[in-house]
Write a protein that binds this ligand. Sequence first.
Ligand code: NAP
Length: 267
Amino acid sequence: MKEITGYTKVMGILADPIEHVKTPQRMNEHLATLGYDGVLVPFHVRPQNLAAAVQGLRGIENLAGVIVTMPHKSAVLALCDEVTPVAQKIGAANVIRREASGRLVAHMLDGEGFVGGLIEAGLDLKGRHAYLAGAGGAANAIGFSLVQAGVASLTVYNRTASRAEDLKARILSLHPHADVRLGTRDPAGFDVVVNATPLGMKPGDALPVDVARLTPEQWVCEVIMQPAETPLLAEARARGCTVHPGAPMLACQIALMARFLGIDAAR
Ligand code: NAP
């Protein structure tokens, strides 16, 4: 990392709790690779102080923007001056750009990061049939991006069915010709199976899908980064599937976030 001086551009990550975040390490590595004079630091902000903290960002002239994570992804929308159409439909943002005037623009890159990671791993999503477990924040972002990437169909399964129905309706409102369906725990027959629930983070968690129905030609993908090999991925690997862990989703987002914040090259 470059020496921090009065010229250094600053970025932050808003979270509560903050200790587990991996974005500072990854973004600072990325900035060093670019030779960019900038630094990303953790900003521990509790929900009751979020509005004041976001208002304060407007006044920091050398701030490029902030990354936003749990539990602030939805709450920041109402606090920004502009929300991109996809973040509006998803109802959450994970990056805020501060423009020179102090205007704040919120955007969501979780889904693009996930899709970018899959493409880098060699999967062409166009014309594929995709299955998505979950309808929370990560699943929403991924659902929109899978459709945007040209999947032939998207089937959503969620424990709370009404949230899957709601996600389907919002995707169709932005992409009226998309083929979006509601599914069950059965992932059989899909080309790409995605777990976008936290099931698999903790020992003893239930499996997010019926793994007995997985077959070798399928790609089975995770959003969970820790552990790197979840029980779902282990079961899928044992059945001959191609497995795709959660880490590339963040790795791919780092470059996308930097670009959104206006950081492309050495400064
Ligand atoms: P969230 O908004 O709280 O959504 C959680 C989803 O999982 C909901 O659909 C929920 O279903 C379902 N779920 C939770 N517990 C369940 C259980 N016991 N049984 C069945 N379904 C359950 O969370 P999120 O923000 O989407 O995060 C989900 C995961 O994505 C987390 O592990 C997070 O760390 C990961 N993530 C990874 C990245 C990355 O870059 N790799 C980025 C963002 C998030 P209900 O609707 O029924 O409650």
